[in-house]
Design a protein around this ligand. Structure first.
Ligand code: 26W
Length: 865
């Protein structure tokens, strides 16, 4: 080995000389125990330690070509774009590998308390750019590829984003694991490796049509499968009690089982040498293929077990609010939870670890109710398998689980029928019954003769059928329960879980959501990032509150000019992307008014649409002088759960209105709708930096937090919104002068509903509203067919559960204020700069600090320790 060669293991630079001791691993799958230090081998002349990747253009180019030739088996001249992309991805991950292995080694040594983030969804987005940013290799790669005649942008677009989530909850999980890695906090993310992620949305005549998301088809270079670390997961069967040397014990006799194969993904910290792990589980049959049955000629039967097993991790459930209560969904939830607990207890922890000390070593964060079955599963392991007594086991359970609730909609709180649970997981149901009994004993003690309260608080509901309320189970067992914004957590304690916040006041807390500034500012908005770094240095990327230092520059005309220029450039970038991607011609010289989020009635996309229709109606009827209307483009992005008919109707109506308005010369250049299909993380990264106005108009008291609202504010868009979710905290921080507030507050909504809400009274008393609704009902947007969108109008007039009509006029008035404000470009830009400067609080790094202080107590690891 040439003297003076640098050894960068763990990024610590030192020269390696013959006879030196270098730590390197017998490479066993990450997550499995590393060998003890004793097995380190003396460096000999011809032993190549972990290859040190030269972070030079030459070094990279050599690696890339090696990967292309030896990894992809092609030479450059014949390589397809996908070959080049896969080779690049693997090359970049090589540069991160040393950090990953070092992180694992040190974590194993330190056995520091860490977070296990259990989530049924991780909406990761594309990985390449984030890996380049984390490894600081962007420029080297851009130049190296350029020298080979390859355009990095082309390879970037070859990556299919892993759509392993529906929306807010899944994306939040991805932001959180990014922050924990960047903050040097040990964390394992546990989830499901769906073969098919969230469906690909297409529009046929304006109607949503779902296509399967076969994201793995062209290869998945960011994952590391470890079949040797597979876990057996059981289902069905029955339980039986037996005498165990005088102690009566219960055993579960399962009916069938599957294998859970772990796939590890890197979660690189931002330029800090740490790489945490995301472990996603894939289901396989224990016996993939039955040769006997095959030889007997029943080919389908021979592979039935495999197909059946694979179904468990086949596809993500596309609902993001109303659980369907499907058995397969419960199978998915138990599958990944059982795999994760077994993996952590048997693979991650040292062999002889005393589980009584588990609370010192791990906190399992339950991302909504989807992983809550982990609670009876760990009880089963401790009591049935480790033969602990109930109380000792329960004492540990209450310290190692914490629950985050992400919704306020009663219908979104998961309830599993005792019948289904008893059939699929008979032992777990028994354990839940016992947990409930012991809990209710305590309730009866605290509130004697209050059986109503007991029934209200019971984890087991008797009506309409006997079922298990998962949110209640999580609250009874968890050490902490948190909402995701101040208002949300307040409403959880005051309303949704009131009995429990009275009974366990110390458990209830709040952690307001956040977003990672690496992906949603540094990567998505390089122009703005450069401007900020130019002004205050680049510390903001890992300390977002530093943005405050921009405040004085809001009064700097030159800074405002540059800020505006960047917004305009981002608009032009969006114009090119939408033309290429969707054939949409967007006019960059209009105000870009954006509403992007899942389609749900409580988010009130219909209110936004009534504003557009009303503008169009008043312009075309001559009520409104077109020259007084600010030229606007209304951009929508929204997927509807396939079974959510009203949501799909609303998508159809938005596209129909868009078609009519976009083709009407009377409003050309003034009003237009852009509704690109298949809104996802990748599109958000281009759309959000281009936006002027962010629509956050849910009915107060319905949106738990929102995270899009934070991304828009941090990218210099102004918000028009209600006092709902995190909007309240955004408005408080950016200031009322820089936020367009409107609408009923949550208490006012409650009063209106309690008083009895009659949407038609608003229709009758408000001409502008009536004309807009009548225009839709007239068939104007549906070729004269009055029936197509009748259900949407009828629902608004008859039910209007989310008070769209009640908030209509206040919303229109707020939009007039927007028009007036936008006319003063400089003042608008000043407000936009202040939104950026005052939104540092909404970093997911800050959210992590709050979780660590209030719930987890998992301090960051000192990288130099
Ligand atoms: C079982 C069906 C189902 C699936 C997903 C029910 C509920 C969900 C999620 C909890 C829905 C969700 O994504 N909630 C959103 O979570 C975000 C992150 O905390 C919040 O910012 C959003 O306000 C909330 O709607």
């Amino acid at each position: 080995m040439p003297a003076g060669r640098r050894d960068l293991v763990g990024e610590r630079a030192r020269t390696v000389a013959p006879g030196d001791v270098v730590t390197y691993f017998v490479v066993r799958s990450p997550g499995t125990r590393p060998p003890d230090v004793a097995s380190v081998r003396k460096v000999t002349q011809n032993t190549e330690p972990i290859a040190i990747r030269e972070r030079t253009v030459d070094g990279f180019t050599r690696e890339f070509l090696r990967e292309l030739n030896f990894g992809q088996g092609v030479d450059l001249s014949r390589a397809s774009v996908n070959d080049q992309y896969l080779a690049l991805a693997r090359t970049v991950r090589h540069y991160l590998m040393v950090r990953w292995l070092e992180t694992l080694r040190r974590q194993y040594e330190l056995q520091a308390k860490s977070v296990a983030y259990l989530s049924a969804e991780f909406l990761l987005g594309r990985q390449l750019d984030n890996a380049l940013l984390a490894s600081g290799l962007q420029d080297v790669v851009e130049e190296g590829l350029g020298n080979l005649g390859i355009d990095l942008a082309t390879l970037r677009d070859a990556e299919v984003e892993p759509g392993l989530g529906n929306g807010g909850l899944g994306r939040l999980a991805a932001c959180f694991v990014d922050s924990l890695a960047t903050m040097n906090v040990p964390c394992i993310g546990y989830g499901i490796r769906y073969e098919y992620g969230i469906f690909r949305q297409t529009f046929v005549d304006g109607w949503q049509v779902e296509k399967p998301d076969n994201w793995l088809a062209l290869g998945s270079p960011w994952e590391f499968p470890h079949p040797e670390a597979a876990v057996t997961v059981s289902f069905g069967g029955h339980t039986e009690t037996y005498d165990d040397e005088g102690t009566e014990r219960t055993r579960w006799v399962p009916g069938w089982s599957v294998l859970g194969v772990p796939y590890n993904y890197m979660v690189p910290g931002f330029e800090n040498g740490r790489v945490n792990t995301l472990r996603l589980w894939s289901a396989q049959a224990t016996r993939a293929f039955d040769l006997e049955i095959f030889n007997a000629g029943d080919y389908a039967e021979a592979v039935r077990a495999q197909t059946f097993a694979e179904n468990i991790s086949k596809v993500l459930y596309p609902e993001d609010s109303t659980p369907q209560g499907k058995e397969l969904r419960l199978q998915q939830q138990y599958f990944f939870v059982a795999c994760s607990l077994a993996n952590f207890l048997e693979e991650v922890l040292p062999e002889d670890f005393d589980l009584r000390r588990l609370p010192e070593r791990i906190i399992f964060q339950l991302n909504d109710t989807h992983p809550v079955i982990a609670i009876p599963e760990l009880m089963r392991i401790l009591v049935d398998e480790r033969k602990w007594n109930w109380d000792d086991a329960w004492a540990v359970i209450q310290k190692v689980f914490a629950y985050t609730c992400h919704t306020l909609l009663p219908e979104a709180l998961e309830v599993w029928s005792a019948d289904l649970l008893g059939r699929l997981l008979p032992r777990h149901l028994e354990i839940i019954y016992r947990i409930n009994e012991e809990f209710l004993d305590g309730v009866r003690e605290r509130y004697p003769d209050d059986e109503l309260r007991v029934r209200r608080m019971s984890i087991i509901a008797e009506h309409p059928e006997r079922s298990v309320r998962m949110a209640f189970l999580a609250t009874v067992a968890g050490t902490k329960v948190n909402g995701v914004a101040a208002l949300h957590s307040q409403l959880l304690a005051d309303k949704v879980l009131h009995d429990f916040s009275e009974y366990f006041p110390e458990k209830f807390t709040n952690v307001t959501n956040g977003i990672t500034p690496r992906r949603f500012v540094r990567l998505a908005n390089p122009g703005l990032s450069g401007l900020i770094t130019g002004a205050i240095g680049d510390g903001w990327v890992t300390d977002l509150e530093r943005l405050k230092e921009l405040e004085p520059l809001a009064d700097d005309a030159e800074f405002r000019r540059l800020f505006r220029e960047i917004k305009t450039n981002n608009k032009h970038r969006l114009v090119d992307v939408l033309r290429e991607r969707d054939g949409i011609e967007l006019d960059p010289d209009t105000m870009l008014d954006v509403m992007v989020k899942r389609l749900h009635e409580y988010k009130r996309q219909t209110l936004k649409l009534l504003h557009v229709v009303s503008l169009y109606e008043r312009i075309t009827s001559g009520v409104l002088d077109i020259d007084k209307v600010t030229p606007r483009t209304f951009a929508f992005g929204a997927k509807a759960a396939p079974g959510y008919r009203m949501a799909k109707q609303i998508i159809g109506l938005i596209n129909a209105v868009g078609r009519t308005i976009n083709e009407d010369p009377a409003v050309k250049g003034r009003l237009s709708i852009a509704f690109p299909a298949n809104y996802n993380v990748t599109l958000a990264e281009t759309l959000i930096p281009a936006a002027d106005l962010s629509e956050q108009i849910s009915l107060a008291g319905k949106e738990a937090s929102g995270t899009g609202n934070m991304k828009f504010a941090l990218n210099g868009a102004l918000t028009i919104g209600t006092d709902d979710g995190a909007n309240v905290e955004i408005r408080q921080l950016v200031g009322d002068d820089h936020f367009f507030l409107f609408g009923l507050t949550e208490p006012e909504v409650a009063d209106v509903v309690d008083a009895g809400y009659h949407p038609t009274s608003y229709y009758e008393s408000n001409k502008t509203l009536r004309h807009a609704l009548d225009l839709i009902a007239s068939g104007k947007f549906s070729g004269g067919d009055r029936h197509v969108f009748e259900p949407v109008v009828a629902n608004l007039l008859q039910e209007d559960r989310f008070l769209v009509l009640a908030d209509f006029q206040a919303y229109l008035d707020a939009q007039d204020r927007v028009d007036a404000a936008y006319a003063d470009t400089d003042a608008w830009t000043r407000s936009a700069v202040l939104n950026v400067a005052r939104s540092g609080f909404f970093s997911s790094d800050r959210s992590m600090r709050d979780y660590i202080d209030r719930i987890w107590h998992t301090p960051p690891i000192d990288p130099n320790a």
